[in-house]
Design a protein around this ligand. Structure first.
Ligand code: AMP
Ligand code: ZN
Length: 474
């Protein structure tokens, strides 16, 4: 399979370095506010990656951190701690804030059918590992201490900024307004921040440099290496992590171990709203509640994202997600039909290993693998699924088997669709439906709506289709 590596700026063939197990690290959420649709895209991307690796027969060990300390309101190590700020405004402890929003995040992930990584680790449970790592970086001469903390001296790394292609000369000439005059270089970043005298933080720890808390970037290097070792196959995150967070993770590894520990850096593009990134700080975001309130299925949001490649920006609109819901509904109906025709055929799918009878089905099966192995092209994968379902020559058994097989990657819960039960429509309901038909012909829409309500009250729902009314159990 091929994956686009941000570091080399091209697609490269991927194989785990340890042939039995792919090691994947995903930057997790900072848990100070609701998870929103922008995050959904980031973690659906990670989930598809995980599913594609498994589909290719690799074992996987995936790690995701939960940032519950040290992420400041300004990515350049200035401003307040996002967590402490939220705790103050909500009159809660930081620990309560972290627990509440971590739970909120996983509730959303479950609704989106995002599999839980093998290891989920919190920054605050790994302070000792972070301190050890900073000491190691310090002992190799990459740090200096100023009034507010211990910093990484980025001028010690000649190729600092290579991931983002940063122009350091330009940066040094003051392209970024420097808030901290004591820093030696504008790109230097905090490894350990000291609690200012006279201030009491809710979260602070003793360290060789004084009481304080870790900088934001050190947690990912410390936990990545702890759980995955010094050879991490794939590291993921959103595009915003390229110039600062991931650039600094690379610096930390080079400082501590003499080399970066990551082979493939993968980044998802943003979900945008009116030309701006959907984000907690801008307040232009929507959550699971908003989706449910609109009567939409969270999996329709998943379907919406699968329609685009993860490296293209996506504009969020409710119309877009509603179109995703219609597409998803049609898909479920189609699978239900196939279940009915094959009498709920029992299919065991595992790793793209099916005995298909029709040649065309075999062809589509191969095409699907090629698509998703081409840097996770789910848009093409979905199109192939529709080609399959629309094909006239492929047998129903092959269609169903292959659709369920594709769904191991797509994660749309197609395996839970049952053939619609043959429900007898009671004579009384049938009478209401005929009366409604008559009312519609007479263009008496008030009566037609009233009859619809009576049908609903009897436990049935009626849909108007080009072929007439369709009635089913509500
Ligand atoms: P945060 O909690 O803000 O650190 O974000 C967690 C992850 O979600 C990061 O990898 C972000 O890059 C990603 N993310 C946040 N907002 C968006 C967005 N609007 N579109 C896509 N990914 C996002
Ligand atoms: Zn991270």
């Amino acid at each position: 399979m091929n994956l686009y590596n941000t570091l080399t700026r091209r697609k490269e063939e991927f194989k785990p370095s340890d042939k039995n197990e792919a090691k994947v690290y995903a930057c997790g959420p900072t848990v100070y506010d609701r998870a929103h649709i922008g995050h959904y895209r980031a973690y659906i991307f990670v989930d598809v990656l995980r599913r594609v690796l498994k589909y290719n027969g690799f074992q996987i060990k995936a790690v995701m951190n939960i940032t519950d300390v040290g992420h400041l309101t300004d990515d350049a190590d200035a401003g307040e701690d996002k967590m402490e700020k939220k705790a103050t405004s909500e009159h809660k402890t930081v620990w309560d804030i972290a627990k509440f929003y971590t739970d909120d995040f996983f509730t959303a992930m479950a609704a989106l059918n995002v599999e839980r990584p093998e290891v989920v680790c919190r920054a605050t449970d790994h302070i000792a590992e972070m301190i050890d790592l900073i000491r190691q970086i310090e002992s190799r001469g990459y740090t200096y201490q100023i009034t507010d903390g211990v910093y990484f001296d980025t001028s010690k790394l000649p190729d600092y900024g290579k991931l983002a292609g940063l122009d350091l000369d330009q940066l040094r000439e003051g392209a970024r307004v420097e808030k901290n005059q004591e820093k030696k270089n504008p790109t230097d970043f905090a490894l350990w921040k000291l609690t200012p005298t006279g201030v009491r933080r809710q979260m602070e720890w003793d360290s060789p440099w004084g009481k304080g808390f870790p900088g934001w970037h050190i947690e990912c290097t410390a936990m990545g290496v702890k759980y995955l070792g010094r050879q991490i196959d794939i590291h993921t995150g959103g595009m915003d992590h390229i110039p600062v967070h991931h650039t600094n993770e690379i610096a930390q590894s080079e400082g501590a171990f003499g080399a970066d520990v990551v082979r493939f850096w993968l980044h998802n593009e943003f979900v945008m709203v009116d030309g701006e990134k959907m984000s907690k700080s801008k307040g232009n975001f929507y959550t699971l509640d908003d989706i449910v309130k609109r009567g939409l299925n969270p999996l329709a949001v998943r379907y919406f994202f699968l329609q685009a490649h993860y490296r293209t920006p996506m504009n969020f609109t409710w119309e877009g997600v509603e179109a995703g819901q219609s597409g998803y509904d049609r898909l479920l109906d189609k699978i239900g039909e196939l279940q009915a025709k094959t009498k709920n055929l029992k299919i065991k799918t595992k790793n793209h290993n099916l005995k298909l009878k029709t040649e065309k089905a075999q062809e589509l099966s191969k095409a699907f693998l090629v698509a998703i192995n081409d840097d996770l092209n789910t848009a093409k994968g979905l199109a192939i699924l529709w080609d399959l379902l629309r094909d006239q020559k492929i047998t129903d058994e092959d269609k169903l088997a292959l659709a369920l097989d594709f769904d191991q990657v797509l994660g749309l819960k197609l395996d839970q669709v049952k053939a619609p039960a043959a429900v007898e429509i009671p004579a009384e309901v049938q009478r209401l439906v005929s009366a409604r038909e008559q009312a519609r012909q007479n263009k008496d829409f008030a009566r037609s709506d009233d009859l619809r309500l009576q049908i609903q009250a009897a436990g049935f729902e009626v849909k108007d289709t080009p072929a007439g009314q369709v009635v089913r159990e509500a």
